[in-house]
Structures are given as structure tokens and as C-alpha cells.
Design a protein around this ligand. Sequence first.
Ligand SMILES: [Zn+2]
Length: 260
Amino acid sequence: MIEPLDFSIQLPPSQPPVTTTDQDPPLPMFLFVHPSQPPQQPPQQPFPPVNTNQDSDPKTKLTMSLYSTPPQQPPQLPLPPPHAPRRNRRKPSHAPREGKSPIIAPPFPWATDHRAQVHNLNYLTENQITTISGDVECKRCEKRYKIEYNLEQKYQQVSSYVAMHMHEFHDRAPKKWMSPTLPTCKFCHQENCVKPVMKKKKGINWLFLFLGELVGCCTLAQLKYFCKHTGNHRTGAKDRVLFLTYLELCKQVSPDRWTL
Ligand SMILES: [Zn+2]
């Protein structure tokens, strides 16, 4: 925005009055101030000598008087001081981003305070945690509800499958893990239709997914997150990372049985 500032110029008292015509109004001066530009510096050159003999041209006199008179105090301008700190872009006022501390609030009673780590069977049994539940959502009717698994029973089922068939896997997840059959919806009874609800990575319900053999519902990024925080290889295709995830969960739940 440009604001015209109006102030008149007084001629020095020593100078003879400028002869002007009657029609000449008082000389206004407009100082255009642009906020993005620094204030105009006064001319650094030495004052030109006042030539008192020169009395012919009033314009020349006016120019000379500008230099020879003490500078008028300019009106108070609403300008920032020349060295005012430039206003930086405001930093976002969000809380600082959560660090990648290995310690987290356990997202479930059966999860530890370490990322991607669940409690073992001894701990769970001692703490009377015998049922593992998880949120699911029907892809058809979109109802959300909880599914519960019996820990002991389901763990035996999955871990036995792994033990019996691991030599066939060649370090890669079988098809039934890669494309898991989803549960049937208890509301609309659509088969293969209820998917686990995925939250943030640190809140993934790993034990629930393991017991339901639904770990394959995770994305590759989620599986790599799991492997990263459990010290496993996390490169390669999804079937390889998924295999490692199942194996790691077998070990976490029953470290005595799985000493691989
Ligand atoms: Zn449904």
C-alpha cells in the first residue's frame, strides 16, 4: 500500500522569499513510502554550496534550500525501525512431533511397552489374559464390532501349522497368509468380508492379527515397521517380510518353544 504523506517545505529564513506567481499554491511534497522498501536514506553527498548570487530561478533556490536548511523532523511514520527483525514465517504451533522412542504406551493389555512386541504366554496366563480381541469392520455393511479369540486355542493352532509346514515355506509366507480368508460378517453374514481395523503402526493389534492369521491384511510398510522394531530383515517382497512377521510372533508368544 502506498500512503502519500503531505508536508510542506519551509524555506530558510535567510533566503529571500521566493517570488512566485499568485496562482502558485504552496508546494506540497509527497513522500511515497512502500512498506517493503527500507526508508529512504538522506543523500550522502556533501551539501552543495549555497550560491547567494543566484536569484534568478526559484526552482534552483528551492532545491538549494532543501540542502542548506536543517532537515525537518519528519512526521512520525508508522514504519518499523530499519533493523527490525524480518518477520519470519510463523512456525507451526503443533506440539513437537512424537519421537521414535522404543518405549510406547501399550496399546493393548497383551502388548508390551515396546513397539511391535507382545507379551508371552506365561505373562498372559499369569495376568488372566485368555481372550484376545480386535476391532473389525465389514466391507459390505460397514458395521464395526469386536472379534474375540481364545488365546491358548488359537495359538496352538497357528504355531502348530507353522511348525508342521515351515520346511515348505522357503522363507516365504504361504498363499493363505498372503491372501487371508476374512471372517464372515456377523451382521450381514457375508463371507470373507470382515477386515481388521488398522490404526497407527504403533497401535496395530499384532497378536490379534496373528491368532486370526490376518497379518497379511497389513501393508508392506506396516510389516516392515514390525520387522524393523523386532530386529528382523525388512527388505524384500511382502511374502518374505510376512513370513518373518509370523515367525517372530511365534517366538514372542512362546520364546521357549521357538529358539530359531
Ligand atoms: Zn456385514
